[in-house]
Design a protein around this ligand. Structure first.
Ligand code: PRP
Ligand code: MG
Length: 212
């Protein structure tokens, strides 16, 4: 019998709540953390621990069937991937931020400026929509350091508590989008696995109802 392959974030802000949700729906996994793949007990599911940014491609290729992932990552690089459940945790927003002392009135102020980000497609779309041309510097982490070291005039990154912005003397000036964890599904999912997915969705819905 085939198993549904579910990807979760290996480490980072979604990992703990994702594992908790799986546990709450009765999918228990006794993994050593170093294992990148684990089978669930009592349910035809395999869990893959992957890097956040790699998950959209795995879904597109059908290497995994479903994933618990931040909507923000799908918006950035998840074209063609369906979201089937909003999961209500890991809420954050994708924001533009600039040094605290800057006089910022609108996104037009970033015309010709340098923006550091891990979300180039999302920012580019936002700039295009507003008719602004800026130079993007793509970095994969610790984006908030960029203005302080003279690499960029502004940044675009996810903000949750706001403490990383605060510590780096930045202020949030525009919100591009809001995000939370979602259950996303591969466009290549087959019928047999679709049936397992539906059972999981049913359980997720009951658990989320109970949480509210
Ligand atoms: C994320 C994100 C922000 C921060 C936002 O970084 O890139 O920097 O969290 O959270 P906050 O508003 O609660 O401070 P993370 O710590 O995951 O590391 P990374 O940027 O190096 O990936
Ligand atoms: Mg960061």
């Amino acid at each position: 019998m085939s198993k549904l392959r579910i990807a979760v974030q290996k480490s980072g802000r979604l990992n703990e709540d994702s594992m908790k949700l799986l546990k709450d729906i009765g999918i228990s996994i006794d993994n050593g953390k170093d294992q990148l793949k684990a089978s669930a007990k009592g349910f035809p599911v395999e869990v893959f621990y992957l890097r956040n940014g790699d998950i959209p491609q795995y879904l597109k290729d059908g290497v995994v069937d479903a994933a618990i992932i931040g909507e923000n990552v799908l918006i950035e690089k998840g074209e063609g991937i369906n979201v089937v459940e909003q999961l209500g945790f890991s809420t954050c927003r994708v924001c533009i931020a600039v040094p605290k002392a800057d006089n910022y009135t609108s996104i037009k102020d970033l015309e010709g400026k340098r923006i550091a980000t891990s979300y180039p497609n999302t920012v580019q779309q936002f700039l295009d929509k507003n008719g602004v041309k800026a130079n993007l510097h793509i970095i994969n982490g610790s984006v908030e350091i960029a203005p302080n070291i003279g690499l960029a005039d502004a940044i675009c990154d996810i903000v949750s508590s706001g403490s990383t912005l605060f510590k780096n003397n930045l202020k949030e000036v525009d919100t591009i989008l809001k995000s939370e964890a979602v259950l996303a599904v591969s466009p290549k999912l087959n019928a047999e696995r679709q049936a397992i997915l539906e059972k999981i969705q049913f359980r997720i819905q009951s658990v989320l109802k109970g949480r509210n």
